[in-house]
Structure formats: structure tokens, C-alpha cells
Design a protein around this ligand. Sequence first.
Ligand code: COA
Length: 422
Amino acid sequence: MSGLSTIPLRRMLPPSIFSAVNSFWACGSCALRKMADANLGYTGAGVAPQREMARPAVRNFQRARTTLDRGLRELRGGNAPSARHEGKDRRLGFEIIDIRRFETREFAALLEAESRAWNDTLRWDFAPSVRVINSCLRDKRLSGYALAGEEGIRGYCFFFYDGEKGIIGDLYVHPELAGQGHERELLKHSLETLLGTPGLRRIEAQLPHYQREELEACFLNRRFQTFLRRFMSLPLRGPQRAPHAEGGAQTSADARWVREGIELIPWQKRFNDDAAEMLYQSYRQHVDALINDQYASVMGATRLIENICHNQGCGDFLTHVSRMAVHRPTQKLAGILTLTKVQPSTAHIPQVGVGPSFQGLGIGTALMEAAFRDLAEDGFEQVTLTVTDSNAGAVRLYQRLGFDTFKTFGAFIYVSEQGTGD
Ligand SMILES: CC(C)(COP(=O)(O)OP(=O)(O)OC[C@H]1O[C@@H](n2cnc3c(N)ncnc32)[C@H](O)[C@@H]1OP(=O)(O)O)[C@@H](O)C(=O)NCCC(=O)NCCS
């Protein structure tokens, strides 16, 4: 798992904004969750929002808008060049323009196409995120670029600021235009703007619509680190259901975790602070803490837990299925498993973590097996999660439980030299 992060000013924003972006990435999932409490207007070192773009980018978009307006006038006036039907010319008909120059309704068709992609490919209902994005677009609270052409807006890339961190919330280009390089162009503009923002310490991006390799060059050229992430799923019914997961170490009296005095209990909000402290401990020196710096502090982990449990950025929190593992003799929290509903028949695991001194006892396995039985009883047909490929132990565990990878994508991180303390 590996969510994104944020800080104060939550009061200024509807709770779902940060959630919508970051949710997907809590367990690695979505940057949209972060939008729920990110300060979308803050641009780094006290720079006013309207001045946030690097100067060349400002000039570019002004020039681009003029060119586009002229192009659209020509096209709509019936002088459409043969461009329309020929790949090369057609590509020339597109412009990349500041996202705030458009009305919300101009994004409707694109968001519809993206919702289908989330639904069909990522098994995720994107409707709540669309509401958040629309609200931010309406209030001009998103920074970023739109790919505009004769048929309207065909792609976009947006980002926002969380303190001294920039987060790319989304990148999507209509599938009809796949393979023409528009994604990389949008990304290039966004990265130039972000990297040109004074005082920015860190940039995070997780872009689930694309394979890591498709976008990697854009990031490597700009000194980002890249990570491969997997989207995995497990059917909860039918022949593919892993036999291992049917058994139930939870009931096995001789399981190691049982002998150690661990008991599994339903999620209890009063333990949320303990859960944050435990998460922070279990992700110390962990690759996911490089990808998402919320794991690198108790405050960040607290926000992760809050976002999952309260902000619904990662789907609807399933309180009755989510669990905690408690070490009875000391009453210490040993592990947590959070589950959300992301489609009517799909549950998602935004977070699973076991405290360092309790790892390897079978607690993670038991938490998940118990939850999977409950989910199946509740009519869920599958459960999904995201995991960083180099978190080999966790990948092995999920595969043993019967999970398969159905999609891979990239996570990209930039840390300024100032940020590393160099
Ligand atoms: C991954 C994790 C939840 C597994 O819980 P657990 O109770 O240790 O797991 P179990 O004892 O049920 O199963 C053991 C398996 O977990 C994995 N595992 C054990 N310790 C691990 C660790 N420190 N990090 C990652 N995976 C680990 C191994 O695959 C192990 O199987 P193996 O014996 O074949 O190597 C737990 O180790 C953890 O919290 N790790 C750090 C945070 C993390 O990586 N979370 C998952 C992010 S997607």
C-alpha cells in the first residue's frame, strides 16, 4: 500500500478532495484522496495561485490559447483542414492549455470516458471522484493542463500542492488518441510547472491508467525515482478461490498468532491513534514510505487512517469487515486491516499492516482470511489491492492467498536536493 499525503487547511476544502486523489494510493492507491484536505491554492513558498506557473509555461498557455481559439474558429467555420482525418495533421490540431481556462461542463465527455476506464479496467467506481474533480474545476482550484482539440477536451493532467509537496492527481487521455504521445506532452507541461514552483520540496505521482514504461522517460529525464506497482485482485467465489484462503487460520487454535495471545476484533475507532502509530512503525525503512511520505511520520499516518475511515476517498469504509489484531496480554495493537467498497461487488484493501514485532506470525494472513469470508457472505465477488512490486514479501503473501496481478503502473517521486538535506 502507499497512500499520498497532505497537511492543514482541511477546513478550506470539502473533505472529499484530498480523499479522491489519495485514496487509490493509500494502499498505494489514489492521489484523489489527497485532494480532500490538500490546500489546492497553496503554491509553495508563498506564491499566489495565479502566479504559480513558471513564466515560460504562462507564455506557452497564452500563446496556445490564442492558437487554439484561431484553430477552433477555422474548424468550426467549415475550413477544417484534411487534418481531421489524418493522424499527423489531426495531432497538430491539438493544443495544451491551462485547465482553468475551461468551464466544468467542457470536461464532461472526458470524465465519462475516464469513468468507464476506472470501472472496466481498474474495477473502481469513479463517480465520487468525478464529483470532487468537478467541484474543484468549477472553483478553479486545480492546476494543470487540458488537451483541447476540435472535439473539445480530450485529455488532462492536473496537480495540486500540499505544503511544500506537489501531487499529480491524475493524467488521462481519451483512448481514441492512445499512442500519439499526448500523455507525455501533458505530463511534460505539468512537470515543468511543478519543478518551476519556488520552494517545492517533493513531487509524488501515481498514474494507474498507464504502464510505468509508457511514462518513465518523462520522469527519469527530470531526476525522479520510479517504482513499479501492481494492482491485484482475488475472486471471493468460484473455482479460482484460493483453497488456502478457504481454511481459516483464524480458527486454528495452534496458529502461532493465537498461541502468542493475539485476538482479532472488529474495527474500533477509539484505536485510530494506535493504528497510526503502528502503521508508522511498520513502514519504517519501507519502500512505500519513499513513495508516500505520509508513512514517514505519525502525523502522516494519522491522516492516512482518517482519510480511509472518514473521508471516503478510497471508497466507502466497511467498518464491520475491517479488523484489528490486539495482543491481549499487553493490550497493544498488533495489526490492522481496512476494507472499503469501491464497486457494488468489489471491495478494496487500502491498508494492511502488522507491527514489526508481530510480523511473520500469521496475523496478516488471518486478518485477510477472516475478512474475505465476511465479504463473500455480504455478496462481494472480488477484493482488490495495490502493492509495490519490490515489497516482495507482501507480493508473495498476496499470491499465496490467491491474488493475481491484473494491471501494473508507475509511481514517480522527486525529492529536491534541499529536501534531502544535501
Ligand atoms: C505484509 C504484512 C501485512 C504481512 O503481515 P504478517 O502478519 O507479517 O504476515 P503473515 O505472518 O501472515 O505471513 C507471512 C508472510 O508475510 C510476508 N511478510 C512477513 N514479514 C514481512 C515484512 N516485514 N514485510 C513484508 N512482507 C512480510 C512474507 O511473504 C511472509 O511469507 P513468507 O513466510 O513466505 O516469507 C506485514 O508484514 C507488514 O505490515 N509489513 C509492512 C507493511 C506492508 O508491507 N504492508 C503491505 C503493503 S501492500
